[in-house]
Design a protein around this ligand. Structure first.
Ligand SMILES: Cc1cc2nc3c(=O)[nH]c(=O)nc-3n(C[C@H](O)[C@H](O)[C@H](O)COP(=O)(O)O)c2cc1C
Length: 209
């Protein structure tokens, strides 16, 4: 079998690999079955230890280089990001045979249009998480959802949710670099793009896998 027969168009094409990378990333917003829907998001804690957790990818703007996530503004990751905005994001899409590693800086949107729209277009069930009485990650004496008893197992209405809007934060990760690894039996392909603010463009290069 000639392995070259099964190469995708992007295999030896840096620009097409970049297109493919953004395609894999953006699929996470529209396709909940895509692995890009649930990337691992890394922060750095106060001791300098990397901390990872899975988060839902809510939106991608390639032009603005921004990935949006939602979280509780009282969460541990939110504290870490206030101290140090450095963020990394990891996606592995086995069907596409692609690993994507991104790094950048997180900006908070807690008020304003972006946060308001993100809040109001989330389902009431999704927003119920923000009704937890104590901050996520706090110790508790008993097993607990953290939610007030009166809303356990119920869907809150808009009026009930309104009081908890302040616990909601949209996290906007401004992507500064993207690393691509395409797995192929005949030979892997690895590439790296760094955002060049002076040139206002991405600068890419192949890397040895
Ligand atoms: C499939 C899945 C999706 C998740 N989505 C989110 C999310 O969108 N936002 C979020 O804050 N936590 C999400 N979590 C929970 C986080 O992984 C993590 O446990 C939680 O946010 C506490 O993290 P922290 O202590 O680092 O703040 C998700 C977990 C799983 C398993």
């Amino acid at each position: 079998m000639n392995l070259a027969d099964s190469f995708p168009a992007h295999y030896d094409d840096l620009a097409l690999s970049f297109e493919e990378a953004w395609g894999v990333i953006a699929a996470g917003v529209t396709n909940r079955n895509s692995p890009s829907h649930t990337p691992a998001v890394g922060t750095v804690d106060a001791s300098g230890v990397p901390q990872l957790r899975v988060m839902i990818l809510r939106d991608v703007s390639r032009d603005a280089r921004i990935l949006r996530f939602h979280t509780d503004s009282r969460s541990i990751k939110a504290d870490q990001l206030r101290q140090n905005p450095a963020t990394s994001i990891l996606i592995y899409d086995p069907a596409a045979k692609v690993q994507i590693r991104m790094s950048g800086k997180t900006h908070f949107a807690t008020t304003g249009d972006i946060a308001d729209t993100a809040w109001s277009t989330s389902t009431p069930f999704a927003r119920r998480c923000y009704m937890a009485e104590s901050a996520p990650g706090m110790r508790c004496a008993k097993p607990s959802s953290g939610l007030p008893n009166w809303i356990e197992g119920k869907q809150p209405d808009e009026e009930q949710l309104a009081d908890y809007r302040t616990n909601f934060a949209a996290l906007l990760v401004e992507v500064e670099s993207i690393e691509w690894l395409y797995l192929a039996n005949a030979g892997h392909r690895r590439a790296y793009w760094q955002w060049d603010a002076l040139q206002n463009s991405w600068v890419g290069s192949w890397l040895i896998p």
